[in-house]
Write a protein that binds this ligand. Structure first.
Ligand code: MV4
Length: 446
């Protein structure tokens, strides 16, 4: 097992990694930027090293600064958390080259999944259902037009190096296809340094459903069921739950088997999230694979009873899956996560600043993952997540009741937060009935 691990991240996920390391007896090294001196991850890690100035490019994204810190602290492993360098294949390779274990999939797997067109092709070849679309990046406007014609409109053009909603263009009218292709190519070139785009059938009102997977270094892969993340705005998730509304045990088991087989073939290891769109018939279609631990992992931990970050560490250390997760977990009960952001709940504009008072809710079935405390300041340089409230219950309605209780017992003064928005979401009949899709926030006008 690892002895010393550097956490290449900040905020709640840095604390989450410290917790897993404490459980395993691993010493932790925090890194921080000059504005994060008073952060909890700095106070709670065994050691801490300042690596640069506030802008991420000068600190949490600076590979030379992080590798220097890792060498000085003499660590044997690095956990990247989510965001920042979590899906940077070159960073994972550099760690490997320095004899430091990167906690995540192999660099080749990260690189494959970073190219969304290649990922889609690999998924299809391994037997995961994908939408009708282009098997390769499109080469010419006429190739795009021909393919779109055969698939049928509407279609969506996506940048190969985009993802997470960046670099997409819906095309409804055949006469617009060639122009859209040229525009999408130019935009992709400017934004991602690669003009490659591919094409898919467009799903009008998708639900966002994602499966959690874990794999070891020996080709064993399991699925830990799915999460639903359809409550989002501009590709920022607001509420997630597990299990998903409208995924029956049989569909979960079938997709779990498909994913285990497919990802074993691909050679995927460690934690991953396979994103799907669910259409109005309830069918699932692969869109992307995120090669990292995700913000919303606690809802899966709640319903499967598995510590996903501890699992990542054990798997990276070479433990076989059977020793990490003894029997394929069954999904029991229901869990909901609300992301509490420092933002105006009406305009969604960021609201950084001093947290005058923070009292986290607790009680039966509530977990709060946060790096906030009374007197701490939300920095404008980084993302606005302040806390994740996770409610778990035997049933979905019990989880909702517990979440409402937790929101009513959360004190967070000094900044604007999304708590009032969460209260409104949880009061809607659509949410109560689990009848919503990715257009929910937009159409509710919440
Ligand atoms: C789509 C789609 C409809 N059809 N692909 C947005 C995020 C990125 N991961 C994929 N996205 C979409 N891809 C096809 N073929 C609609 C979206 C989409 C969406 C997906 C998940 C959650 C929220 C979304 C909001 C708008 C669009």
């Amino acid at each position: 097992m690892f002895e010393r691990l550097l956490i290449a991240n900040r905020g709640e996920i840095a604390l989450r990694v410290i917790a897993a390391c404490r459980d395993l007896g691993i010493k932790t090294v925090a890194i921080y930027s000059t504005v994060d001196r008073d952060s909890l991850h700095v106070q709670l890690a065994d050691e801490a090293i300042c690596i640069g100035e506030a802008p991420s490019s000068r600190s949490y994204l600076s590979v030379p600064a992080i590798i220097s810190a890792a060498e000085i602290a003499d660590v044997d492993s690095i956990h990247p958390g989510y965001g920042f360098l979590a899906e940077d294949a070159s960073f994972a390779e550099i760690c490997q080259g320095c004899g430091i274990r990167f906690i995540g999939p192999r660099p080749e797997a990260i690189r494959l999944m970073g190219d969304k067109s290649q990922a889609r092709k690999a998924a299809a070849e391994a037997g995961i259902p994908v939408l009708p679309g282009s098997p390769e990046p499109l080469r010419t406007p006429s190739e795009a037009a021909g393919l779109a014609q055969s698939i049928g409109f509407p279609v969506i053009l996506k940048a190969s190096m985009g993802g997470g909603g960046r670099g997409m263009r819906i095309v409804r009218d055949p006469s617009r296809l060639k122009d859209s292709f040229l525009q999408a190519t130019a935009e992709a070139e400017a934004a991602f340094g690669s003009g490659q785009v591919y094409l898919e059938k467009f799903i009008e009102r998708p639900r966002h459903i994602e499966f959690q997977v874990l794999g070891d270094e020996y080709g064993n892969v399991i699925s830990l069921g799915e999460r639903e993340c359809s409550i989002q705005r501009r590709h920022q998730k607001l509420v997630e739950e597990a299990p998903a509304n409208g995924v029956a045990a049989e569909q979960r088991a079938r997709m779990g088997e498909t994913l285990a087989r497919a990802l074993s073939t691909i050679g995927y290891s460690n934690a991953g999230t396979v994103e799907f769109l669910m259409d109005e018939d309830g069918d699932l279609h692969f869109i992307e694979l995120n090669a990292r631990i995700q913000v919303e992992h606690p809802v899966t931990e709640a319903v499967c009873g598995v510590d996903l970050v501890k699992s990542q560490l054990l798997l990276a250390a070479g433990e076989p899956l059977g020793a990490v997760v003894p029997q394929t977990p069954s999904v029991s009960g229901h869990a909901i996560e609300c992301r509490v952001n420092a933002e105006d709940p009406r305009t969604f504009l960021p609201s950084p600043g001093l947290v005058r008072r923070f009292v986290a809710p607790g009680g039966p079935g509530i977990r709060v993952d946060s790096a906030a405390y009374s007197g701490w300041s939300v920095q404008p340089h980084y993302d606005s997540l302040v806390a994740k409230i996770i409610a778990h219950g035997d049933t979905r309605s019990q989880a909702i009741a517990r979440m409402r209780r937790a929101l009513s017992m959360c004190i967070l003064d000094g900044i604007k937060t999304s708590i009032p928005l969460h209260r409104r979401i949880l009061r809607t009949p659509q949410f109560a009935d689990g009848r919503y899709d990715t257009k929910f926030i937009e159409e509710m006008g919440l």
